[in-house]
Design a protein around this ligand. Structure first.
Ligand code: NAD
Length: 543
């Protein structure tokens, strides 16, 4: 996450910079806050959210769906902010036909023209990010700063893939027959279905759509029910592309399954829970469709005595509580060396207590949880840990004094590794901390998980660093730098977290078919052809 905030220079984009500057200088922050606090005023974004309600985005048009409509609830106010529709089978068919037609048009363009069109997407996403940011905060609650950041971070992956895709489109091998050209050509698979969760809808859809488009495909996005309007809103950044190249069909599991199982979709990119991932992977497997699976995480966070404990505690607070703990790579379980355990628990608790919890459109660090269902699921996890003997260092309950909204206090628990809380994904504002006696024990506990997305270690010891990097069984290891990612390096997990990788050159692979091509300069008879020589017949050996 830090990558975009730290590296992206707005000063090189004067138009965008001016717009953001104007937004900051105008009193829009106060305006947003006053609208949010329940007043009569309605923002332009709220009006747009109502207009987009119940629509799909098919063939570059927002079209009203004839499917069932379900209310979307602002998790901070519990007010209805709009509706999403369950896209019908007829709407799925219509989108698939449009996608396959658009894909042919897209692939017929030059790689340079495709790259330029993707750079335009990036620019438009940044221009839209204040609006999509407000929409996202109203839909799922995260602080506006984080929602606004998502548009820019997604844009960054469009820029990366715009360039890397035209850098190569296959490989030429040394010929197995003298004088010929032997090569692998990379071709698009066709139409990719991108199923995304609610926690980073713009960013995660952006990663998948950018790679799929760069590889020459069309994409149909199936957003999470909770953040349907944000993805619909963001389609304004794609309307210059061939009609149907990027589309959004809203709905739940059924819409997802209709797309995955559709005979004319060709690859799946899924991000979400293990249970949904297994359902998606099963349907895709029956048709031998390639499926990228990015499922749940249960990331360990190890702290050794050699570490800078102050910074480790601040990093831990960010890794555990960012987005109310609803990050696939949230630090879900802490293993802290006994020599520094009490100090670390005290420091992390003091950071947790200082966090400002409230509406994401106010000046806060943490918003509400995304839905009532998620809050109730998370509460049961904390209650169960306490039942099993966990000691509450801070938090442990819903935010006192709030009668509306799904707020929960950032919570720190003193736990042991045998408790249930250390063996699943809590996906909420919780830091359970277990004492360990050695790095060996910390690594053993870190590896004792069915999931394998990421892991953190705070250390200033080179040997500990090498051991963690080499011995932890996850797709990502962070040493003293939690939660960061890089468009140029593959992201993904092992074990039940999934299979395949997003980002980096590797992120193109699922979306490309390899075609073996061999070319001889002239048509000449091969001495290996029929008839076989008379002197080459089998003769039995007798002893
Ligand atoms: P979820 O599994 O409930 O939903 C994810 C998406 O799958 C949604 O669009 C949903 O409608 C769809 N879906 C659900 N059941 C389906 C089915 N049977 N067939 C087809 N589609 C189906 O997940 P969520 O609650 O939105 O997101 C949280 C989960 O996502 C967490 O477990 C988190 O770890 C995971 N996640 C993983 C990564 C990663 O990169 N590994 C990133 C972000 C989130």
């Amino acid at each position: 996450m830090g990558q975009f905030l730290e590296n992206e220079s707005f000063s090189s984009y004067p138009r965008v910079f001016a717009r953001i500057q104007a937004f900051i200088e105008s009193d829009n922050w106060a305006y947003l806050a006053s609208c949010y606090q329940g007043a009569e005023m309605t923002t332009a974004v709220q009006r747009r959210m109502r207009d987009l309600s119940g629509h799909n985005y098919i063939a570059n048009q927002w079209q009203p769906s004839s499917g069932e409509l379900i209310d979307l609830i602002d998790p901070a106010t519990e007010e209805v902010v709009g509706q999403y529709a369950h896209a019908t089978k007829a709407e799925v068919d219509e989108a698939v036909v449009a996608a396959n037609a658009a894909q042919k048009q897209w692939w017929a363009m030059s790689a340079l023209d495709r790259a330029n069109a993707m750079h335009d997407v990036a620019e438009r996403m940044i221009e839209l990010s204040v609006e999509t940011g407000e929409c996202l905060t109203r839909e799922m609650g995260k602080p506006f700063r984080e929602s606004n950041w998502e548009g820019g971070a997604a844009a960054s992956s469009f820029r990366y893939y715009a360039e890397i895709a035209r850098h190569e489109q296959g490989r030429v091998a040394g010929p197995a027959i003298a004088g010929q050209i032997h090569m692998v050509l990379k071709e698009p698979v066709g139409t990719v279905v991108s199923i995304v969760p609610y926690n980073f809808p713009l960013l995660l859809a952006g990663w998948q759509v950018a790679a799929a488009l760069a590889a020459g495909n069309a994409v149909i996005i199936k957003p999470s029910e909770i953040t349907s309007l944000t993805l619909l809103y963001s389609m304004a950044a794609f309307d210059h592309l061939p009609s149907g190249l990027v589309q959004v069909l809203t709905g739940g599991a059924q819409t997802g399954q209709d797309l995955v199982g559709h005979k004319d979709t060709h690859a799946i990119a899924f991000t979400g829970s293990v249970k949904a991932a297994q359902a998606v992977a099963t349907t895709a497997a029956l048709q031998f469709k390639p499926a990228l699976i990015e499922a749940s995480g249960n990331d360990a966070f190890i702290v050794m005595p050699s570490a800078d404990i102050d910074t480790a505690a601040r990093g831990a607070a960010f890794a555990a509580f960012l987005n109310c703990g609803q990050v696939c790579t949230s630090a879900e379980r802490f293993y802290v060396h006994e020599d520094i355990y009490d100090e670390f628990v005290a420091k992390l608790s003091s950071h947790a207590k200082a966090l400002r919890v409230g509406s994401g459109l106010e000046l806060v660090d943490i918003g509400p949880m995304s839905s009532k269902r998620e809050l109730e699921r998370f509460e049961k996890i904390v209650d169960r840990a306490i039942e099993q003997g966990a000691e509450v260092a801070c938090g442990g309950s819903r935010s006192a004094g709030r009668t509306t909204g799904w707020f929960y206090e950032p919570t720190v628990l003193k736990t042991t590794h045998d408790m249930d809380v250390m063996h699943g994904e809590c996906f909420g504002p919780l830091a359970p901390i277990c004492k360990v006696t050695s790095l060996d024990q910390a690594i053993d506990f870190a590896n004792d998980s069915e999931l394998g997305l990421g892991a953190n270690i705070y250390t200033n010891d080179l040997e500990e660093t090498f051991r963690a990097v080499n011995e932890i069984e996850t797709g990502i290891v962070w040493v003293n730098t939690p939660l960061n990612d890089n468009d140029a390096i593959p992201f993904g997990g092992r074990k039940l977290t999934g299979t395949g990788r997003e980002l980096g050159a590797e992120g193109l692979e699922l979306f490309r078919n390899s075609k073996m091509v061999m070319i001889a300069p002239t048509a000449e008879a091969d001495p290996e052809w029929f008839p076989y020589p008379d002197d080459d017949t089998y003769e039995a050996t007798t002893t």
